[in-house]
Design a binder for this molecule. Structure first.
Ligand SMILES: [Fe+2]
Length: 312
């Protein structure tokens, strides 16, 4: 039989004291959250009969997770980041706010301050000219009526052909494959990039270690991340997941959603290649985004999640 003490008065008093509820200093909201975490942790230990050894292995795991900066990755891999998307969708639907391109997870690899350009940008630095397939990405930013939004900001980032992101992969140049593009009068953005590779968690890292315990892989399909914003419209955090990837519907981070599949077309035509100023095979991807009107000025901004930042 499960021994329970977490619901007794002395334990509640201990946790209330630990959460600072007996003093007037500190932050009331965080006190409330910490109290709940303590209570839920105690209940979980009781109900699953967590041994002392299991508890301390868990504590040591959290230390390693933090040391490797993988807490954000684990949040995605355990579906919590996707849960937040679905919860936000449900709240919006409750308020009658539907339509537009679906949101999906940001992931932990955005870097603020990427180079800004008007209408068009080349995203890659050419370092992979010999190994990567050039890819031309273009589309329109539209409102819910299908009207173009001029002056929208398309902030996009992607991995290289090895599945690595600049800033985190120090072998890449600054802001490689990260750009901010302002849409033209037709709401259009265009980019020359390379076909990104999907990627997996570091096989030696704590996220994959956890996934191994769950019998799961840590792979993602190839994708391109987007923030799309414009004055008067709801900020959109999303991704295009590339149609030709075997992990498209088996994404360890649960980011693939209906309405977010990008059809990649590979073109082997010397004349067309020359017209695009590339040497051989290249890819084309067209993707439009539809933005919802913003309910309030805060909705126009991206979340205040802590992020990496580099000076321009
Ligand atoms: Fe990513």
């Amino acid at each position: 039989m499960t021994v329970r003490i977490s619901n007794t008065a002395p334990m509640l008093e201990l946790f209330q004291d630990a959460a600072g509820l007996k003093n007037a200093a500190g932050n009331p909201r965080n006190k409330q959250i910490v109290l709940r975490i303590l209570q839920e942790t105690a209940r979980l230990i009781e109900e699953l009969d967590i041994s002392d050894d299991e508890f301390w292995v868990g504590v040591e795991y959290i230390n390693r997770l933090g040391k490797s900066n993988e807490a954000g990755l684990l949040a995605a891999g355990l579906g919590v980041e996707h849960f937040l998307d679905l919860l936000n969708d449900a709240k919006q639907a409750e308020a009658g706010r539907t339509g537009g391109t679906p949101r999906t997870i940001e992931g932990p690899l955005y870097v603020a301050g990427a180079p800004l350009s008007q209408g068009y940008a080349r995203m890659d630095d050419g370092a992979e000219d010999d190994v990567a397939t050039p890819m031309f990405v273009e589309g329109q930013i539209l409102d819910l009526q299908g009207q173009p939004i001029a002056g929208a900001l398309v902030d996009l980032w992607q991995a290289d052909s090895q599945g690595n992101y600049s800033h985190f992969d120090k072998s890449q140049s600054e802001f490689n494959l990260r750009r901010r593009i302002v849409t033209d009068a037709e709401g259009r953005y265009r980019a020359r990039s390379i076909v990104p590779s999907g990627y997996g968690c570091n096989p030696q890292g704590p996220t994959q270690e956890c996934l191994n315990q769950l019998g799961r892989h840590g792979q993602r399909p190839a994708h391109i991340h987007f923030f799309v914003s414009a004055p008067g419209y709801e900020h959109l955090t999303t991704q295009i997941n590339l149609s030709n990837d075997k992990y498209l519907w088996d994404d360890f981070a649960y980011a693939t959603r209906d309405g977010l599949i990008g059809e990649v077309h590979f073109i082997d035509d010397q004349a067309l290649a020359a017209a695009h100023e590339v040497a051989g095979r290249f890819a084309q991807l067209s993707f439009d985004f539809q933005l919802r009107p913003a309910a309030n000025p805060e909705a126009e901004q991206r979340s205040n999640r802590p992020r990496a930042f580099q000076e321009e």
